[in-house]
Design a protein around this ligand. Structure first.
Ligand code: 6PG
Length: 243
């Protein structure tokens, strides 16, 4: 089945894009009795997390029903500012009543191959408990077209279908050692929200959304869930080259 065209929503400022993303996430999760949620690191999500973690949105989300995974993680200790789980904890998870056993950070204390293997098992087990589907994936995109830690020309782009998690050892964006979900995992999502802001992303936003399909060069194009809806939440700067 072909996935439908992505929806593109443009907001004047990054703050407005973050606020609208937080609202969308809260509305989407509000009716859930259980939901598997994938979160990302990067510059834009903390503004979203901050709003989700306080009223009124905090009161809409059934926190006890969520299981949380990360789209990618940097292989640094849990208390390192570069750690995506740490950032999410500080900006969101420490402020909401989510049971800690429903939060699944990448075990960054293992060597990267082992960390990826352990996460693969966790992701498989969680998918099994959620009818094979991710309910929501919040993603970003770098100015080079990467999403999660799927970088242009990297071998993780061609992972076999059963590979849901892959190690990365030489990422161009520091820190170089990472663990990432593959497109096969991200494409289990029923709903994907890309939150992308800033003028430096504008040429890539245009190429990914309006250029030819070339996922080796434009990895964000790999995220096309067959039964999911994809929404791009952009600020005006990131959208300025769209036709
Ligand atoms: C990471 C992120 C990564 C991010 C993009 C965009 O850990 O590096 O998960 O995939 O989403 O690089 O990041 P910015 O919003 O900071 O540009």
């Amino acid at each position: 089945m072909m996935s439908s065209k992505p929806e593109i929503l443009v907001y004047p400022t990054v703050e407005e894009a973050q606020a609208a993303t937080a609202r969308q996430i809260a509305d989407l999760l509000a009716p859930s009795s259980r939901a598997l949620v994938v979160l990302s690191g990067g510059a834009a999500p903390p503004g979203v997390f901050h709003q989700l973690g306080q009223p009124p949105l905090r009161n809409l989300v059934p926190w006890h029903a969520l299981s949380i995974l990360w789209a990618d993680e940097r292989l640094v200790p849990f208390h390192d500012r570069e750690n995506n789980y740490f950032q999410t904890r500080k900006t969101l998870l420490d402020h909401v009543p989510i049971p800690s056993e429903q939060v699944f950070p990448v075990a960054t204390y293992y060597p990267v191959e082992e960390a990826a293997r352990v996460y693969q098992n966790q992701v498989e087990a969680l998918l099994e408990r959620h009818a094979g589907q991710i309910d929501l994936a919040l993603l970003g995109m770098g100015p080079d077209g990467h999403t999660a830690s799927l970088f242009p020309g990297f071998p993780q782009l061609e992972a076999s279908p059963e590979t849901l998690v892959a190690p990365v050892t030489d990422a161009p964006k520091p820190p170089p050692t990472r663990v990432t979900l593959t497109a096969h995992a991200l494409n289990r999502a029923r709903r994907v929200i890309f939150l992308v802001a800033g003028a430096d992303k504008a040429p890539m936003v245009r190429q990914v959304l309006q250029g030819a399909y070339d996922p080796q060069r434009l990895p964000a194009q790999l995220v096309r869930p067959p039964v999911g809806r994809v929404t791009w939440m952009l600020d005006a700067a990131a959208a300025r080259e769209l036709a």
